[in-house]
Design a protein. Structure first.
Length: 295
């Protein structure tokens, strides 16, 4: 329908004021000549209508389940600790307080609820990634606790592992584990960076033996180093280049020393010294943490 434009004039304090009203449907003029008016026009858009800027500004300020701005609500904590992938699924499938638009929060979103009453000291999963880390066993997600808002990432804490020595004795013709190098702190991983080996004098000429290292990864898999040969001669030094340690960045749950006698009828004694550092992975693969969802 063709639109009509009516211009109204009003005289006030000798000043001429005018405005235009655009309508898109028939209008009706009522009243006698000189006092007619327009009736049945639609009301103007209210400030709270969805198409109005006031409405949009208020919605942005309120936040909610849109994924931007301040979250509107936080869920209860998971009934038990879960791995990261299960935390994501838990939030996506959660139905709580009459809502089903929950999601695992970003670190910045869950921070809004720091200091809340009844918050536990558990570090909670977020979906905020940190930068790349040194070890593939790290999941690299920032975690947050609500008691004080403290956060930590899946980083690596390193500290010195002092060199330790052992002596192994055997007259067995098969490899036997005689010593284990484990991290000084339970749950850490061990990165060997230096090692050397030597053999002490045998009890008679002709004695000989071998040693090898068994590297065990956190998942239980393992591999063996090259074999070191110990002869009768005293103090045969074998440096780290002769005992491959894969690379300086391979982290192990433990390193075992295995020895065996290869000739001679008496025991053969050898010793190996290993040094390096330990690492603490804040969020190793398979670690379980609690989660709370936001919307």
């Amino acid at each position: 329908m063709k639109k009509s434009i009516f211009t109204f004039f009003a005289l006030c304090s000798s000043t001429l004021l005018y405005s235009q009203v655009e309508v898109d449907k028939p209008i009706q003029l009522t009243g006698a000549d000189g006092s007619r008016s327009i009736n049945f026009l639609e009301l103007p858009v209210a400030g709270t209508d969805a198409v109005n800027k006031d409405y949009v500004d208020a919605a942005v300020s309120a936040g909610g389940g849109s994924g931007s701005g301040k979250p509107e609500e936080i869920s209860n904590i998971t009934g038990s600790a879960v791995v990261y992938s299960d935390a994501v699924q838990y939030c996506e499938n959660l139905s709580e307080n009459g809502h089903d638009d929950w999601r695992l929060p970003e670190a910045g979103e869950i921070q809004y609820f720091a200091g809340m009453s009844g918050a536990t000291a558990d570090f909670l999963w977020t979906k905020t990634l940190t930068g790349s880390q040194d070890f593939a066993t790290n999941q690299n997600f920032i975690t947050v606790r609500l008691t004080d808002g403290k956060w930590k990432y899946g980083g690596v804490a390193r500290f010195y592992f002092p060199a330790r020595s052992f002596s192994g004795t055997t007259n067995n013709g098969t490899f036997t584990s005689v010593a284990t190098f484990s991290p000084l702190t339970a749950g850490n991983l061990f990165v060997p960076t230096s090692m050397y080996a030597y053999s002490s004098a045998g009890y008679q000429s002709g004695n000989a033996g071998e040693a090898r290292l068994k590297y065990t990864f956190p998942d239980g898999s393992f591999f063996y180093s090259n074999t070191i040969t110990f002869s009768y001669s005293s103090s045969d030094i074998v440096n780290v280049t002769s005992i491959p340690i894969l690379n300086e960045g391979a982290a192990y749950a433990k390193v075992e020393v295995e020895v065996r006698a290869t000739s001679g009828s008496f025991n053969k004694t050898g010793a190996i010294t290993i040094g390096g550092y330990e690492i603490t992975l804040a969020q190793k693969d398979g670690v379980t943490l609690n989660a709370r969802c936001v919307r």
